[in-house]
Design a binder for this molecule. Structure first.
Ligand SMILES: Cc1cc2nc3c(=O)[nH]c(=O)nc-3n(C[C@H](O)[C@H](O)[C@H](O)COP(=O)(O)OP(=O)(O)OC[C@H]3O[C@@H](n4cnc5c(N)ncnc54)[C@H](O)[C@@H]3O)c2cc1C
Ligand SMILES: *[C@@H]1O[C@H](CO)[C@@H](O)[C@H](O)[C@H]1NC(C)=O
Ligand SMILES: *[C@@H]1O[C@H](CO)[C@@H](O)[C@H](O)[C@H]1NC(C)=O
Length: 420
């Protein structure tokens, strides 16, 4: 092991938590700062101040289907193994392996789907995927108990019996996101990671830099800690920024690579007394379902998707739309590395993140009318924007921050989920 270091992590979302555990396991002295007090709120999605944080949520998809990007397929399956271990450790279902049905834009397999299936084949996993129209696949699905999730959905405007092609992926499912974060927080605390939370003590205010102000020369400039909202300076050997879609506001140089943009989320609520719906949409009967409404265009671009989760234990059915992603351009602070006409996109305050633009509502309603017909006329129980941290190529951004000084003193880590 290298020398134990003192490490500060800004952000206690899923990335900050998992990084803290990995570094603690190597013997480092780790302190995590967050503006929200998750020890108290337990990442509860109904707890309002957390409303903008991507990791604070009922559920998120875990899937290895990434078209030609086989490195993401492999990474997702490595991560799946870890989730299965956590399920065992916690004697609970933090990851629910309910499967995911990838409904195609038409009665035929789309281009992205063919690429995914080819990569599954390449890694010897083709048997875990069931193409709805394929007799061998249907048989295998039946043998393994997956046949009831090979659902038929009628194509609007076509004859009854003309269904969307679909592929059921038996490796996928969803993670109970907030519950998992609470579990990892407890685990980190029990292993000696320290947490400093709250709007003052836990809130990042500035980096503490030694060696003179920026631009005074190459030598000696070094990040030596952070200052928090209460004015306290915390020293450390390394500072890691894992602040999700807030990261550019902490380290404006990240604006070269990252931009906050919003996906749209809507929920329906069902009650246990609605027995048919309660049973139909339970995770043991209903998979995660995603649909791309349009095929790949002539420029090789895939359309976004709409997706729905099985109901939660509280009867929430959550739908996400990842077609148009919405931005919130506001004037960027003086000296921001990269702006568009002096502006940059950052998350809207939570209070303004709760109603969706018409385009998103329409896309979700179209999806509901085809795939969740019982809800066609039911009002949404809630709607909100959920803030992505988009990178230029939709990949992870993990690395040392070079411009500041000679690395490695400051590490930025954030990501998108890379759904093509
Ligand atoms: C709509 C939507 C749907 C998604 N669906 C999926 C999915 O199905 N599957 C999937 O794998 N991924 C999905 N993602 C992506 C996934 O949610 C994110 O990759 C992940 O949650 C990001 O975690 P994070 O820790 O990087 O950031 P966050 O969860 O945003 O956490 C950042 C933390 O930093 C803290 N912070 C910010 N600023 C400060 C400050 N100044 N001082 C102190 N603390 C601060 C915040 O309070 C927060 O706790 C989705 C994302 C969105 C937006
Ligand atoms: C860990 O770091 C904190 C400062 O971040 C310091 O107060 C503490 O003494 C350190 N502990 C060890 C064992 O080095
Ligand atoms: C599972 O994790 C939760 C949250 O940390 C905890 O309260 C519970 O005791 C854990 N259960 C087991 C069996 O470890």
């Amino acid at each position: 092991m290298s020398q134990p270091r003192t490490v500060i992590i800004v952000g206690a979302g899923i990335f900050g938590l998992s990084t803290s555990l990995a570094l603690r396991a190597k013997g480092h002295n780790v302190t995590v700062f967050d503006q929200h007090d998750y020890i108290q709120s337990r990442y509860d999605p109904e707890h309002h101040p957390n409303g903008q944080v991507a990791s604070v949520d009922h559920n998120k998809i875990l899937r290895p289907s990434y078209g030609t990007k086989i490195h993401y397929q492999r990474l997702a399956l490595e991560s799946r193994e870890e989730w299965l271990k956590m399920n065992k450790d916690n004697d609970s279902e933090l990851f629910v392996g309910c499967g995911m049905l990838r409904a195609q834009p038409s009665a035929h397999l789309g281009a992205l789907e063919k690429e995914t299936l080819a990569n599954m084949e390449r890694d010897g996993l083709r048997d875990t995927q069931f193409v709805k129209s394929n007799a061998d696949d249907r048989q295998r699905a039946a043998d393994r108990g997956w046949q009831d999730k090979l659902l038929d959905f009628n194509i609007p405007g076509e004859d009854v019996g003309c269904h969307f092609e679909a592929v059921l992926d038996s490796l996928s499912g969803f993670v109970k996101c907030s519950e998992a974060c609470a579990y990892l927080l407890d685990k980190a605390v029990s292993l000696g990671v320290k947490f400093v939370a709250g709007a003052d003590a836990g809130s990042f205010e500035s980096l503490v830099i030694e060696g003179g102000p920026r631009g005074t020369g190459k030598n000696g400039r070094k990040v030596v800690g952070i200052k928090t909202g209460d004015g306290v300076v915390h020293q450390s050997d390394t500072v890691i920024i894992a602040a999700g879609s807030f990261s550019t506001q902490i380290l404006p140089d990240l604006s070269y690579h990252l931009e906050s943009s919003a996906g749209s989320v809507a929920t329906f609520k069902i009650d246990k007394t609605e027995t048919d719906l309660w049973n139909k949409y339970a995770p043991d009967r209903f998979p995660v379902l995603t649909w791309k409404s349009a095929p790949r265009d002539q420029n090789g671009k895939d359309s976004g998707s709409v997706y729905v989760f099985p109901r939660t234990e509280n009867g929430l059915i959550k739908i996400g739309y990842r077609g148009i992603k919405f931005t919130n351009f506001v004037p960027a602070p003086q000296g921001t590395a990269f702006t568009q006409d002096g502006k940059w996109s950052i998350p809207l305050p939570y209070a303004e993140s709760k109603s969706l633009p018409e385009a998103a509502t329409e896309a979700i309603r179209q999806f509901v009318s085809i795939f969740l017909p019982e809800f066609a006329t039911r009002p949404f129980s809630s709607t909100k924007f959920c803030w992505y941290t988009d990178s230029l190529d939709n990949s992870f951004l993990v690395g040392f921050h070079q411009p500041l000084d000679q690395a490695p003193q400051l590490k930025a880590q954030t990501n998108t989920d890379g759904i093509p």
